[in-house]
Ligand binder design. Structure first.
Ligand code: GLN
Length: 538
């Protein structure tokens, strides 16, 4: 549609957690719905190479892309909103930037020059920002800059934006600054000063915000918008209110009402049209008007943190809308589950999902949970570690292999029903070394999985080191836990089921990463449907 790609930068001020990712994704949705080919990139100012080694307590969920990049959870929002896959190029950290510059230095490519933040680090940032634009696949690239303006570690990124504005020329870039307009209840007023200061901080680095998106709990009146425009040096229509929404899926429409897409397109001198949000709005309507509800237990060890299982929670929202039911997800901490309280904690549920995870903490509670749902025939979905726990539970309680375990938890178990993958045995480094990204899975025709996917060959995303130990395959099959999906090349078990139960499926992969508003994941859709059926029969 356009010849040269246009670049939109989203910076944040005043406070973290204002939702830059959701604003970026919502704007992208509005532009995509006007026919623009668009992608979003996140720049993270921390020194880890990627979030793959970060504890979920630190940084929430690690989102995995098709190409096996371990990335920031905002990429999940981008994919869920746009239904366009992202890749490693969509998430860059300071660690990655420095690593490539230092590697280049070691190769002697700087020809004896002193390597410095400016220009070498900033050049590498600029190069990374333009990789997506130069691919020819996009008309517009939105780059979200992590952190808050004024942070020491954000400075090279802001400097790169300043330089790019000159390199790319007028009307090819647009800077959106997301800020907070707090309400002081003692004064009964919304306050603009923090925004003024944060715009000023940005200007000290030579970057003038073109648009202000103001997070607020109360409506901004005209006077306040005028004041913000005047003090912050932007046009009045470029002061956009972003009021708290009951669901993130309302934000594109809220931004449309505020005219964010129009102001952006005007700045970039691109044609603006009425966005076609038909599919989106059908989803929002279904999401907000459920006909019934189901309660599903999410069993994990990070349940107190909303962000740790972000993609799972969102996949339930998509699947709920598809089934026209409200999915109430009840977080259940596996560490506090035991045989004595299991009935009390799980008895009322319509379905149970045992979450992915690493390490020993909380796994016995997960195993107890699987036993309870299996014996009571409650619909079950086990994801990655959750699937592995289902295998261990079956081995211990049905095959009577009392010490069955995963070698991740007990290296010396005499029944390693979950084993380290052969390809992992020589792996020493932790970062980016798991079995990651998209792999094929072939599904047996006579299975629940086949009914769900209606296809014999699927591809799903992965993130694991351990696998079902195929030496035990026949033993499990004869007893009633059946592997029904396999990697066509290696035979690695991807799916297990208990055909005798209502709905009992464990998957080695992560279906949650691929669920989007446009394509709710079939496994989640079927699981929610099974939970509803189970509830109605109770
Ligand atoms: N810890 C398990 C493994 O590495 C499961 C990983 C996960 O749940 N993502 O195989």
């Amino acid at each position: 549609m356009t010849t040269n790609p246009k670049y939109i930068f989203v910076t944040g001020g005043v406070s973290s957690s204002l939702g830059k990712g959701i604003i970026a994704a919502s704007l992208a949705k509005l532009l995509q719905a006007q026919g623009y080919r668009i992608t979003i990139q996140k720049l993270d100012p921390y020194i880890n190479i990627d979030p793959g080694t970060l504890n979920p307590y630190e940084h929430g969920e690690c989102y995995v892309t098709d190409d096996g990049a371990e990335t920031d959870l905002d990429l999940g929002h981008y994919e869920r909103f746009l239904n366009v896959p992202t890749s490693q190029a969509n998430n860059v950290t300071t660690g990655r930037i420095y690593q490539s510059v230092i590697d280049k230095e070691r190769r002697g490519e700087f020809l004896g020059k002193t390597v410095q933040v400016i220009p070498h680090i900033t050049d590498e940032i600029k190069r990374r920002i333009q990789i997506l634009g130069n691919s020819g696949d996009y008309d517009i690239v939105i780059t979200e800059i992590g952190g808050t303006v004024g942070d020491i570690e954000s400075l090279p990124y802001i400097e790169a934006v300043r330089q790019l504005e000159w390199d790319l020329g007028e009307h090819n870039t647009c800077v959106i600054h997301l800020t907070l307009v707090p309400y002081l209840s003692a004064a009964g007023e919304l306050k603009t000063k923090p925004t003024q200061h944060s715009v000023k901080t940005l200007m000290e680095s030579g970057v003038q915000a073109d648009i202000l998106v103001c997070r607020t709990e109360h409506k901004l009146n005209e006077g306040l918008k005028t004041k913000l425009a005047r003090f912050c040096n932007v046009r009045k229509e470029a002061v956009i209110e972003s009021i708290d929404a009951s669901t993130i899926y309302d934000v594109p429409n809220l931004m449309l009402e505020e005219g964010l897409d129009k102001v952006v397109l005007n700045q970039l001198q691109l044609k603006s049209d009425v966005p076609d949000l038909t599919t989106w709005n059908t989803f929002v309507k279904r999401h907000k008007n459920p006909k019934s509800e189901v309660t599903i237990g999410l069993i994990g060890k990070y349940v107190e943190l909303q962000d740790s299982y972000k993609s799972i929670l969102e996949a339930f929202i998509h699947a709920g809308a598809e089934n026209e039911v409200k999915v109430i997800v009840e977080p259940i901490h596996s560490e506090y589950l035991s045989e004595s309280n299991i009935e009390f904690k799980l008895g009322h549920l319509d379905g149970v999902l045992v979450a992915p995870g690493f390490g020993e903490r909380g796994i016995e509670g997960k195993i107890d949970a699987v036993r309870y749902v299996r014996e009571n025939n409650i619909p079950f979905l086990g994801i990655c570690l959750g699937m592995q726990m289902a295998v261990i539970e079956y081995a211990r309680n049905v095959l009577n292999l009392k010490d069955a375990n995963s070698v991740e938890m007990d290296e010396n178990t005499s029944n390693p029903v979950i084993n380290l993958m052969e390809s992992q045995k020589d792996v020493v480094n932790k970062g980016g070394t798991m079995r990651l990204g998209t792999w094929d899975c072939k599904i047996e025709k006579d299975s629940t999985a086949y009914k769900v996917y209606k296809s014999e060959l699927i591809t799903e995303r992965h993130r694991h080191r351990f696998e079902f130990n195929s030496d035990y395959k026949t033993q499990f099959e004869n007893a009633g836990l059946v592997p029904t999906g396999f990697n066509p090349d290696t035979g690695l078990v991807e799916i297990v089921e208990i055909p005798e139960n209502n709905w009992f499926v464990g998957v080695q992969y992560h279906p949650e990463y691929k669920s989007t508003v446009k394509n709710p994941h079939p496994l989640f859709v079927a699981f929610v449907a099974a939970a509803l059926k189970y509830k109605n029969k109770k």
